[in-house]
Design a protein around this ligand. Structure first.
Ligand SMILES: [Zn+2]
Length: 340
């Protein structure tokens, strides 16, 4: 099992080498948990997996570089060596305890993108509220599109199904306010301590400062309230981006030069956001649109693709595709630059 898993990791990295470089996305880094219902499992990798990836990349003689160095290479079209950037979204405390020791051991530069409401302890990690409500109850009722809906979720399978169903309904709502209202309602109705997730899982400003002091670290901005920017008004969108940089500057004494769009897919960041990120002076901004970097990305530095490193979860889900050798074909289907 172990051998298959590690072989999988190496194979999985092969398509990364298609372009001049790539940016990896991670969230939590922590030992795996045993719970049967983990719908957000795709947001975590184990410290061992992180270490294995670093070793595989070093063996493949890929440069592991900071965002500033990536920016320089793209600007100067310096592609003598392939490069990878490690990025972590949201500022989870496990990054300090489980990722930092590994990154320091191998001297790997990395970036952490902070939504400032998380260390300010006003953040809403709504996807975890939804997970907790479904995990702790065998029946759930909520108002969806003006109608009372009731669901049974007494098995793990039913819980997964219901999570997907409600998650994508929430994501489809026209505004982030609608989404937050629905989740707050769920939290109060099902006794989920909505506000506790920040305290339990996210770094404090002191802890972020501790990481920021490491020469390997880059601290980037990730909005204030972790909102899907594309659904926000012009003013709110601009404010979320600018304000998050200002708050980080005040807290850490250095204005962040790099930005990550929350959620980061097509529904949450598009050409308007790419333009404003550049206008606000960010050197780079990253999406979660999948892809590797090409020389042409020098002209689209605030619309950069990333590759989600979902670790074991991704292994399990895509192992068949990857092992069939279809992965490269799949990657080649992506347009080289997707910045619209
Ligand atoms: Zn995020």
């Amino acid at each position: 099992m172990e051998a298959l898993y590690f072989t999988g990791a190496h194979r999985w990295l092969a398509p990364l080498l298609g372009g001049v470089g790539a940016i990896l996305t991670m969230h939590h880094v922590r030992p795996p948990r045993k719970d049967a219902f983990q719908p957000n499992r795709l947001l975590e990798v184990s410290p061992e997996f992180l270490e294995d990836v670093i070793r595989a990349l070093r063996r493949a003689r890929v440069d592991l570089v900071s965002l500033d160095e990536m920016h320089r290479r793209l600007k100067e079209q310096d592609f003598r060596r392939r490069f990878i950037c490690f990025t972590f979204d949201d500022g989870y405390r496990d990054n300090l305890h489980h990722a930092l020791p590994v990154l320091k051991k191998y001297e790997v530069p990395f970036a952490i993108y902070i939504p400032t409401s998380f260390p300010d302890r006003a953040g809403e990690l709504w996807w975890l509220t939804l997970e907790a409500a479904i995990a702790r109850h065998s029946r759930l009722a909520l108002v969806m599109d003006g109608q009372d809906r009731r669901y049974d979720c007494d098995s793990t399978e039913a819980k997964y199904e219901l999570y997907e169903h409600i998650y994508w309904w929430l994501r489809s709502l026209p505004s982030e306010d609608d989404l937050r209202r629905a989740v707050r309602d769920l939290a109060s109705r099902y006794g989920v301590a909505h506000a506790a997730f920040c305290e339990d899982l996210c770094m404090t400003w002191d802890q972020i400062g501790e990481i920021a002091a490491d020469p390997l670290a880059t601290i980037g901005a990730h909005t204030v309230n972790h909102v899907m920017l594309k659904k926000a008004s012009d003013a709110d969108m601009r404010n979320e981006m600018q304000q998050s940089a200002s708050v980080i500057e005040v807290a850490l004494g250095k204005r962040p030069a790099h930005f990550s769009y929350p959620v980061g897919d097509r529904t949450s960041a598009g050409s308007r956001e790419f333009r404003i990120a550049a206008e606000l002076g960010f050197k780079t901004a990253v999406t979660t649109r999948p892809g590797v970097l090409f020389p042409e990305h020098a002209a689209h530095l605030t619309a950069l693709p990333r590759i989600s490193l979902n670790g074991e979860y991704q292994q399990r889900r895509y192992a068949k595709v990857l092992l069939s050798g279809a992965a490269t074909a799949l990657w080649n289907r992506f347009r080289r630059v997707d910045a619209a």
